[in-house]
Write a protein that binds this ligand. Structure first.
Ligand code: HEC
Ligand code: HEC
Ligand code: HEC
Ligand code: HEC
Length: 152
């Protein structure tokens, strides 16, 4: 066998040994145990406390708000979409108060005119629609249609 081939084979063998040795150190023990991922991540994730309480939790104490919301166009929105993750509040209402300061830019996250939204979705041009005024002056967040403005 020519000497240059012997050298090449030695380099390849050394490379393969190095890859296997590094793999031994780098791949976590539980990798491949259940699939192509680290199995020990499952108990780690499961141990995390949920930060969202879910719609049903809010309904228990805020039935009045739910009643208003159900009749309006925001009926499909979950409370925590606007009020933020509120599991700590639901567990102990006096400990924390959910977020309520929604300015124009927050409403416009969903309502700014955008051609990619579904046809018929209520949209406004944020630079023209009653500019500089707080949306809540005319639209109640729990029942936003302007003709229902007297409700919450
Ligand atoms: C165990 C009953 C209970 C549950 C469950 C509960 N709340 Fe409340 N919530 C209260 C009480 C009581 C207050 C009034 C607290 C105060 O004014 O000191 C309140 C106040 C609020 C306020 C007004 C805060 C403010 O600054 O005035 C918001 C918004 C709110 N809750 C949203 C929610 C949302 C969203 C959920 C569901 C994730 C929820 N609550 C679940 C009892 C509850
Ligand atoms: C579209 C956003 C939005 C959604 C969805 C929403 N809220 Fe609110 N909520 C607000 C805003 C904004 C305020 C602050 C009061 C205001 O500006 O009129 C508020 C105020 C409140 C208050 C304070 C008292 C009051 O009635 O004004 C409570 C309690 C509350 N929300 C509970 C809820 C619950 C429970 C749900 C779900 C059933 C919910 N909200 C869904 C935006 C929302
Ligand atoms: C997470 C997205 C989201 C946010 C945030 C949100 N909305 Fe809505 N809004 C909706 C959806 C969904 C509808 C119902 C659309 C439908 O019925 O087809 C709606 C409906 C409306 C309508 C009804 C229009 C009509 O023709 O009756 C108004 C007005 C409105 N929202 C204003 C607001 C205001 C003001 C805020 C801020 C306080 C706000 N929205 C925040 C998603 C959102
Ligand atoms: C001065 C009062 C006023 C303010 C402030 C206001 N609106 Fe309106 N809005 C109205 C009225 C009245 C209508 C219904 C007539 C119209 O379409 O102009 C309406 C209609 C809408 C619609 C329905 C459009 C459709 O095609 O069905 C949406 C969505 C809306 N507004 C969102 C908002 C948002 C978001 C804000 C804040 C950035 C806001 N509005 C601020 C009065 C107001």
């Amino acid at each position: 066998m020519p000497r240059y081939l012997v050298r090449l084979i030695i380099i390849f063998v050394l490379g393969a040994v190095a890859v296997l040795a590094i793999r031994q150190f780098m791949v976590p023990a539980s990798f491949y145990q259940l699939g192509h991922y680290r199995a020990s991540v499952l108990p780690e994730v499961a141990a995390q406390e949920p930060v969202y309480a879910g719609h049903a939790a809010c309904e228990e104490c805020h039935g009045d708000v739910l009643e208003v919301k159900e009749k309006g166009r925001h009926t499909g929105l979950s409370c925590e979409v606007c009020h933020g993750a509120a599991a700590t509040h639901a567990a102990d209402p006096s400990s924390t108060k959910p977020f309520t300061e929604l300015d124009r830019s927050f409403c416009l996250v969903c309502h700014e005119k955008n051609i990619s939204r579904p046809a018929g979705f209520p949209m406004v041009d944020g630079l023209a629609h009653n500019i500089k005024e707080d949306c809540r002056k005319c639209h109640k967040p729990h029942s936003p249609s302007p003709n229902k403005g007297e409700e919450k």
